[in-house]
Design a binder for this molecule. Sequence first.
Ligand code: NI
Length: 372
Amino acid sequence: MCLQEKLDEYFEWFHKNPELSYEEYATTAKIKEILKTEGIGILSCDLETGVVAVIEGEKDGPVQALRCDIDGLPIQEETGLGYASRYAGRMHACGHDFHIVAGIGCAILLNERKNELAGTVKIIFQPAEESSLGALKVLETDTLEDVEQIWGIHADPTNEAGVIGIREGYVTAAVDRFVVHVRGTGCHGAHPDDGIDPVPAASAIVQGFQTVTARNINAFHPALISVTRIEGGNTWNVIPENAVMEGTVRTMDRKDRVLIEKRMREIVEYTARAYGAEADLEWIAGPPATYNDGKMVLKCAQTAKRCGFQTVPEESSMGGDDFAFYEEKIPGCYMKIGTGKGQLIHQPGFMVDKKVIFPAAQYLCALFVEND
Ligand code: NI
């Protein structure tokens, strides 16, 4: 069986067997089994799920890494594919099955071309990207200590197979979560003067938040605050004691991220006080924005051309990727590989065009072996 056929078969297996974040046991076992069969080295590191393959070139050169995330999503698949998920309510709807096989294909090709490879390549099959924190599991090990640069890929259903989206600078946003607790004093709905109503205070806080992005942030900088849940009270004639809100903040620029948190804390505290209530803001930091290194972007573009891919400017997104955690330590480049136009990621009909798998593996291999 040729490599292309093998990769297609592996892809179908992974697509059929999606596992959620931190539960990727069968996925990890299958990747390890394939790597062993192919005679590819596995780095010993303390990962509960996930695995790192290592290919040492015969020439001197840098240590580089490729990140391929491996988890699926809690979505009921509706693709109608013959190799659709065998589990109800679980699906590879973000193309991480494609990332796995592109990484495996790259490992196999690099292993065959060790004599041309200068340096070492670590292929990180990373768990739990969908939790936004899986990269931290890898960073807790010493896997990245000697790595000088890292590459990341993502399936892109807005482009046809054969197209790669790349861009220098910020490509995905920092993803932070917040929870606001507003505390008042409950009382009869007919006698609001007997208590402190947390509901108008909470409403004023929501309004106040919108002024942060509109009035405090440079209009050329992407930034947003979404309040996605607001809760207070449980009936029509009682003023509740508390109200809770939560939501997400998305930013590209580091300074904007710090400023927004500061302004939100001020708005929460002082607005609540102006209404006679009390409130605090809990800030749960997620990954920062991914930032594509200029030199690496250039190399992507040159390699893509050599491999017969067309390149287009990558769309920036206010979505996030925990790949950014690696980039806090080392330069990185996150690119989008066209997987055929269709339903977007995280949708039940999302599909990867299988004809992109083998060329993607060849392209990734070329990033490492054909150094100019
Ligand atoms: Ni994804």
